[in-house]
Design a protein around this ligand. Structure first.
Ligand code: GLN
Length: 497
């Protein structure tokens, strides 16, 4: 492994700016790494070699001309294949979008390009972001770089695996119920779900519009903050985008002080289903926060027990509506169009051939939950539960500044273990879903390795909406203390590929 690919994004950007490295050389090093390991990992669905090199050369030219460079100029990034990229295939992990070349860039894609970030390619994901393991991708699973026979989390497993295998120092994910945080937890990387509305959803293929949120993925808290500032901000193209300044996340990540902060531990995030080593590492992290001068408060959020069932009504309901646009007429695949069939028949054949089993399950479930006569019993009730969960958070945040919990109940499970058991798969998001339902900001960061299997454990931090900076303040403090105490799991113990 070359030294260049082991640098953080912040270091890489600094070395490009001061002329120590060229953006082109940095991109070449990462493309070489992709060539060397991605056959095994399968983090990428598409690598845009020429586009990446052209972006990198443009940054080098900018520097040569004496123009100022942005804080991440020339740094390579892996983009989840849910964001549209003009002229570059975008599949969302689905056969139904195979061969579709978007005619426009998502706002996030545009912002990255404007900042001089080098987009290496598009990463693997569960089809339409539905899943917790990346096994629902129509293009085959991704391996966890810690153990290639295990899942890298999902739906953004490709982005997390790209970071953990040093194929990119930065990545982008989306989080509807945990798809940024859960992959971060099981790969020892950092993932942030910003406050709902903090990052534009324009050009981010919709799964569940009231929950979906794009966010940064990185190997360090500071790198995530730098990316957060580049990708966030108000966008008139997204009606749910928040018209407020981006929280000062980089400043918070640089300060990293928790003295006097009140940290909540939720009683309900424990008990049956939690792996002993995960609980042990989490308990140690809470102890560490105390040592750093934080005040730890135990809290109860009784409605959180209903978060999973509420989510699995709301998300499928919204997806059944959002995915109606894949009708064989507008994008990608068209099956059975031999001149003898009606438009309805072609639509039905295309959806039958193009959607995988999990997507079909959710469309059927959602259509049922929204149908007249059942709406009040299912979707309506789930929305009421959502309000109760939001109120639980509001009450909790009257007493504490942030809440911490394990990100996932277990470490990475073996590929294939839960594919026939959707309920077991859904449990991977037990701790992450409440923050999506309430629209809060949340982060996962590495919290050591579980003693029983040597696999990464994630610490989740949740902050009130618009207080994303608190995640970075606490995250940076915990990260620094962990590194001093135990070393960084990814930098020191990650298995060689
Ligand atoms: N695993 C959850 C689901 O399957 C969350 C997915 C996500 O956050 N996109 O819906």
């Amino acid at each position: 492994m070359t030294d260049v690919i082991k640098l953080t994004a912040a270091e890489t950007a600094a070395r490009i700016t001061n002329g120590d490295l060229t953006a082109e050389a940095v991109t070449e090093a990462h493309l070489a790494r992709i060539d060397a390991v991605d056959e095994k990992v399968h983090a990428f669905l598409h690598v845009d070699r020429e586009g990446a090199l052209a972006q990198a050369r443009a940054v080098d030219a900018q520097r040569a001309a004496g123009e100022p460079l942005g804080p991440l100029a020339g740094v390579p990034l892996a983009l989840k294949d849910i964001f549209t990229t003009k002229g570059i295939p975008t599949t969302c992990g689905s056969k139904i979008l195979e061969g579709w070349i978007p005619p426009y860039d998502a706002t996030v894609t545009r912002k990255l390009k404007e900042a001089g970030v080098v987009i290496l390619g598009k990463t693997n994901m569960d089809e339409f972001a539905m899943g917790s393991s990346t096994e629902n991708s129509a293009y085959g699973p991704t391996g966890n770089p810690w153990d290639l026979t295990r899942i890298p989390g999902g739906s953004g497993g490709g982005s997390a695996a790209a970071l953990a295998s040093y194929q990119a120092p930065l990545a982008i994910g989306t989080d509807t119920g945990g798809s940024i945080r859960q992959p971060a937890a099981v790969t020892a990387t950092v993932g942030v779900k910003p406050t709902y509305g903090g990052v534009s959803r324009y050009g981010m293929i919709a799964f569940s519009s009231s929950l979906d949120q794009g966010g940064p993925c990185a190997r360090t808290v500071l790198d995530a903050a730098l990316l957060h500032e580049v990708m966030a901000g108000h966008d008139p193209m997204d009606s749910t985008s928040i018209d407020a300044p981006v929280p000062a996340v980089v400043e918070a990540a640089r300060s990293g002080n928790v003295k006097g902060m009140r940290i909540g531990v939720i009683k309900e995030f424990a008990g049956e289903g939690y792996q002993a080593g995960v609980v042990q590492r989490f308990t140690e992290a809470v102890e560490l926060l105390r040592e750093l001068g934080a005040q730890v408060v135990e809290l109860s959020c009784p409605s959180f027990s209903y978060a999973l069932p509420a989510y699995y009504l709301i998300a499928p309901s919204e997806c059944s509506s959002n995915l109606a646009r894949f009708d064989a007429m507008r994008y990608g695949l068209r099956a059975g169009d031999d001149g003898t069939r009606s438009a309805e028949e072609v639509t039905a054949l295309t959806r039958e051939a193009g959607f995988g089993p999990e997507v079909k399950r959710r469309i059927i479930l959602g259509t049922y939950a929204l149908s007249s006569g059942y709406y009040d019993a299912y979707y309506g009730s789930a929305q009421k539960v959502r309000t109760l969960i939001t109120r639980d958070f509001q009450r909790a945040f009257e007493q504490v500044d942030v809440i911490v919990s394990p990100t996932t109940p277990t470490t990475a499970f073996p590929i294939g273990e839960r594919t026939d058991d959707p309920m077991a798969m859904y449990l991977a998001d037990l701790c992450t879903i409440p923050a999506n339902l309430a629209g809060n900001a949340a982060m996962s960061l590495p919290c050591g390795l579980a003693p029983e299997d040597g696999l990464p454990v994630g610490l989740q931090i949740v902050a009130p909406a618009l207080k994303d900076d608190r995640l970075y303040r606490v995250g940076a403090a915990v990260e620094a203390a962990f590194v001093t105490k135990w070393g960084h799991p990814l930098l020191e113990e990650a298995p060689q590929l």
